[in-house]
Each structure stands twice: as structure tokens, then as C-alpha cells.
Design a protein around this ligand. Structure first.
Ligand code: ATP
Length: 379
């Protein structure tokens, strides 16, 4: 079987200037009284995309989803689906379905009746309903649970019933609000892959709301990072991680070390940053920062090497003291306090069972990194 990664590698309509957007938020604002939940926000989502809205609690991501579903109307701006302005179109007439965090299954109905509910309401003929429900049960691998009631199922199974029910009517777009929130970590990971497979096999557009960055990183083609009702960055998971556009995004996704400083000397594609207290950082990724600009140099812990002596030939090496070590099984994270008090995190993969020359608490140590290992952020 081809892995999802290789299937999706060619999927990048956002890079194609001729690709037609499928869902468009066009300068959308939503106010509740005098509180602005969504602020003049524009976003474009493509057909068959797995799109994630990622942000902290209260940032406005569910409000975006609810406006797309038609449960709320924007205070200003437009939402277009396939070129059509959705204003005034009631939820049930939009080619969109929403799966809620709570799943909202009917407790007194069997699994198959839960899945059939919307189809019956639409007046679909009985034999067709039976066929569609059978197809959905197979899709989510719950054939043998058709006659059970929701309380006779595990959390993961209930989640799959909710999914089957929300795709039974074959919506073009499925909106998922924290779809895996009620599952434990292991089940959540498995279900992430099931969701990706389902989206692929049905050819649907998925818009998922989550506050879990790992979930967004695993599943989505692109992620919009939302803060206080505004889009901070829209990019692929790899871009968000490796090329964050701001301090906020760098800090929000994954762990990061941040050195604040000024560009001391800049030339095309390279610069030194004066990070104070005698620390100078040489970097090749200067972005659009000019000499004298106040910047942050952001670098991920796994891109920092830690050693007991200064590595020969290292362009960037700073001395400090190991003050904390977190052993996580697959990797170890060292917290190194530099002489100016700043703490730098460096992580190493534990590929071998036993490490030679292990570093210990209170040891002097060097953290070092290549000039292309971090990014310079001006925002
Ligand atoms: P969570 O992850 O906690 O669900 P969220 O990012 O989805 O958060 P929203 O539900 O979109 O957040 O809410 C955004 C902001 O708008 C919040 O501050 C919330 O209190 C406010 N809000 C949402 N709905 C209403 C409403 N009907 N009336 C007043 N304020 C609202």
C-alpha cells in the first residue's frame, strides 16, 4: 500500500496560481456584542484539502467553523463556497456537515439508526438508506456493532459512529470540531490515520478545529494558526515548523529556543546577531531583516548539539551548565543554563541504549548549532 505521504506529496493547489479556491473567508468579522471573536479574517481552502484551524481556547476557531456551517452569520465580510456567497443560506441547505466535539449521538437509537437518521429525514427510499448505512458501517469498520446503542460502545467506536453519520449524506465539506478530543492518546493517534484515510477515500474537503498542534501537524495538508480572531500564518505543517513567520507561531508549534538580539552585521543571506552578554550568533537565514533590526533567532532543540567540550570548527558554540535533564525514552532533553542566565534546550535522540560520555547535572557543557539551523524573526 502506498503511504499517505507519497499520495499527498503532489497535492498542493495553494501553490498553483490557476487553482480555484473552494472555501473563501473574505474579510470576515464576527462580533458578539462589542467583543470581536473574528477580526477581518481572510482564508482560502481548496477542494479535497485537509485543513486545520489551530489555536488556543477562545481564539475564534469554532466560530469560524460555525459560520461556515451556517449556525452563525458574519457581522461583516463574506464566506464563499465554490464561488457562491453563503449568506442567508440555512445550515441544512449548505453542502457542509459538522461533527461536534460531543458527537451528539442519539442515546436511544442503535448505531445503524443513528447513521440513518439524516437520510430518513431527507426522505431517501428505504432500500437506499439500508445500502448507504451498510456502506458507512463498513467504511468505519463497525459492521458487527450495527444493533448496539451508543452506551454499549467504547469512546473510539462512538467517534466512528459520529463520523459515519456525518458523512452518510455525502456532504462536500466535513467540519470537525475537536474530533478526537474525547479519545485517549493512543486511540487518538490511531484515529488520526483513520480520519486521513477516510478523507482520502471519500475525496472530501475536511476542515478541522483543534488546539492540539500534534494532531494538526499529523493530519493536515495546511494549518492556519489563529490568535485572537486573526490568522497568524497559513502553511504546510513542515513550513509552520521549519519556517515560522513570527515569534508567536514559532512558540506555538513545537518547542523552540529564542534568542532576542539585533542584527549586527548583515549581508545577502548571512548575518551576525548580537544577542547580548557577549553572545554572537551567525546565521544564514536572515529573512528580510536589515542591519540594526531587533530580531529573534529561533532554533528548535533538536537542531542544537550538546557536548562536554567545544566542538572543533563550530561556528556557533555557547558555554553553560547542565541544570536539568528530561529522559523521555526515545530522546533526552537537556536544559543548559548559559552564563547570562538564559536556558537553552537541546534534545538528542537515544538511538543507542547506552550513551558514552553522558552529561550530568551541573556539568559544564557546550551547545552548538550550524548557521542554517535556525530562523530570524522580525515579528
Ligand atoms: P475553544 O477551543 O475553547 O472552543 P475557540 O477558539 O473555538 O475556543 P470560539 O468558540 O470560536 O473559540 O469563541 C471565540 C470567542 O468568542 C470566545 O472568547 C467566546 O467566549 C466568544 N463567543 C463565542 N460564542 C459566543 C456567543 N454566542 N456569545 C458571546 N461570545 C461568544
Amino acid at each position: 500500500m502506498k503511504s499517505l505521504g507519497s499520495i499527498r506529496r503532489d497535492f498542493a493547489p495553494w501553490n498553483d496560481p490557476n487553482a480555484k479556491p473552494y472555501i473563501q473567508f473574505d474579510k470576515v468579522t464576527k462580533k458578539f456584542g462589542d467583543f470581536t471573536a473574528v477580526n477581518n479574517l481572510s482564508l482560502t481552502i481548496f477542494e479535497r484539502e485537509f485543513f486545520a484551524l489551530l489555536g488556543a481556547s477562545g481564539c475564534g476557531k469554532s466560530t469560524l467553523l460555525r459560520m461556515l456551517a451556517g449556525f452563525e452569520e458574519p457581522t461583516a465580510g463574506r464566506i464563499l463556497l465554490d464561488g457562491q456567497d453563503l449568506r442567508g443560506i440555512p445550515p441544512y441547505r449548505r453542502p457542509v456537515n459538522m461533527m461536534f466535539q460531543s458527537y451528539a449521538l442519539f442515546p436511544h437509537m442503535t448505531v445503524e439508526n443513528n447513521i440513518a437518521f439524516g437520510l430518513k429525514q431527507d426522505g431517501m427510499p428505504k432500500p437506499e438508506i439500508a445500502a448507504r448505512v451498510g456502506e458507512m458501517l463498513k467504511l468505519v469498520k463497525l459492521e458487527q456493532f450495527a444493533k448496539r446503542k451508543p452506551h454499549q460502545l467504547s469512546g473510539g467506536q462512538r467517534q466512528r459512529v459520529a463520523l459515519a453519520r456525518s458523512v452518510a449524506k455525502r456532504p462536500k465539506v466535513l467540519l470537525l470540531d475537536e474530533p478526537l478530543g474525547a479519545l485517549d492518546k493512543k486511540l487518538r493517534e490511531e484515529t488520526q490515520f483513520e480520519l486521513m484515510d477516510l478523507q482520502q477515500s471519500l475525496g472530501l474537503t475536511f476542515v478541522v478545529v483543534t488546539h492540539d498542534q500534534e494532531e494538526a501537524m499529523t493530519m493536515a495538508d495546511r494549518i492556519a494558526i489563529i490568535d485572537k480572531g486573526e490568522v497568524m500564518q497559513v502553511a504546510t505543517p513542515a513550513e509552520v515548523y521549519e519556517a515560522p513567520g513570527s515569534r508567536f507561531v514559532a512558540g506555538f508549534v513545537g518547542n523552540v529556543n529564542m534568542f532576542e538580539g539585533k542584527i549586527a552585521h548583515g549581508e545577502a543571506g548571512a548575518a551576525s546577531i548580537d544577542a547580548g552578554n557577549g553572545i554572537t550568533i551567525r546565521t544564514e537565514n536572515t529573512g528580510d531583516a536589515a542591519t540594526g533590526a531587533a530580531v529573534a533567532f529561533a532554533i528548535r532543540p533538536e537542531k542544537i548539539k550538546i557536548s562536554s567540550t567545544r566542538p572543533a570548527g563550530a561556528v556557533n558554540a555557547i558555554e553553560g551548565e547542565v541544570y536539568d535533564i528530561a529522559y523521555l525514552g526515545d530522546m533526552t532533553v537537556y536544559h543548559v543554563r548559559l552564563d547570562d542566565g538564559q536556558v537553552v534546550r537541546a534534545s538528542t535522540m537515544n538511538a543507542a541504549r547506552i550513551t558514552e560520555d553522558p552529561l550530568s547535572w551541573n556539568d559544564r557543557a557546550w551547545v552548538s548549532f550550524r548557521p542554517d539551523a535556525g530562523v530570524v524573526l522580525t515579528r
